[in-house]
Design a binder for this molecule. Structure first.
Ligand SMILES: C[S@@+](CC[C@H](N)C(=O)[O-])C[C@H]1O[C@@H](n2cnc3c(N)ncnc32)[C@H](O)[C@@H]1O
Length: 244
């Protein structure tokens, strides 16, 4: 198991030499995985890799060859896919697009693998780790659309700088997005909306719509959104265009 988890979390978090040290404050492990999940993690992850991500396997940060990996399809990125319902839904809905997802939470990755198997989708790849290390090796302007669905809220003021909508993350995102690419944000936290509407335009994005209370036409409600609704919180949806 230790070996397996070492394999699953194979990111620079455990190999801090070289590229900037980045703290990751979220959860990496949850409930004990069942046998089928462990087997899937061991057997399926390599084939789903987008290519070498992380200092240990890509010390020079050589950009990934996405055209070779995805046969020239446009590539969309989902940041923190959780249980993977949105990632698989998008892969199913858009067979001519390649979906790339990043998620450090091993139980979420295991859930996604089950969904991939069930749906039989092949147009997707995943980085089972922090999206910043994936963005380090994505070619400039290579991502045609990005999704940030229910990012960790970090409600305490002193933790707001850990949010995705901060210059450290947004600068990396701007680099990998194609000029004018769509960037979607969904959140149930009012203060996250406030920070998004301040910081995302500051990073050069243009607001296209939102905050709306109605989701995009091709939206599928995620596990986290369902939890938010059960607990009486209101989803907000924002759409931005990357700097041109
Ligand atoms: C509140 S959950 C939402 C999950 C899913 N998007 C949903 O809507 O159900 C936020 C997710 O973002 C992931 N996350 C946090 N920081 C991340 C990072 N730096 N890179 C990739 N994923 C991250 C967390 O592990 C967590 O699964």
């Amino acid at each position: 198991m230790a070996l397996l988890l070492g394999h699953v979390t194979m990111t620079d978090q455990t190999h801090p030499s070289g590229r900037p040290w980045r703290n990751f404050y979220g959860r990496i492990h949850g409930k004990t995985l069942n046998k089928a999940q462990v087997e899937r993690l061991e057997s399926d992850l390599d084939a789903l890799s987008p290519g070498p991500v992380g200092r240990d396997v890509n010390p020079d940060a050589t950009p990934l060859d996405l055209a070779a990996r995805f046969g020239g399809k446009p590539v969309w990125l989902e940041i923190g896919f959780g249980g993977g319902e949105h990632l698989v839904h998008m892969a199913k809905t858009y067979p001519d697009v390649a979906l790339l997802g990043a998620e450090p939470y091993v139980n979420g990755v295991a859930m996604l693998l089950g969904k991939i198997e069930e749906a039989g989708v092949t147009n997707l790849a995943i980085h089972p780790g922090d999206v910043r290390y994936l963005m380090d090796v994505l070619p400039k302007g290579s991502i045609a659309k990005a999704f940030l669905n229910y990012p960790d809220p970090w409600p305490k003021a002193r933790h707001h700088r850990r949010r995705f909508v901060t210059p450290e993350y947004l600068e990396l995102l701007v680099h990998v997005l194609a000029p004018g690419a769509e960037f979607r944000v969904a959140t149930d936290i009012e203060d996250y909306v406030r920070q998004t509407t301040q910081e995302v335009p500051r990073a050069g994005f243009e607001l296209v719509s939102g905050p709306d209370f109605t989701a995009w036409d091709d939206w599928i409600s995620t596990r986290y959104e369902q939890k938010a609704l059960r607990e009486g919180r209101v989803p907000h949806y924002l759409t931005y265009r990357a700097p041109v």
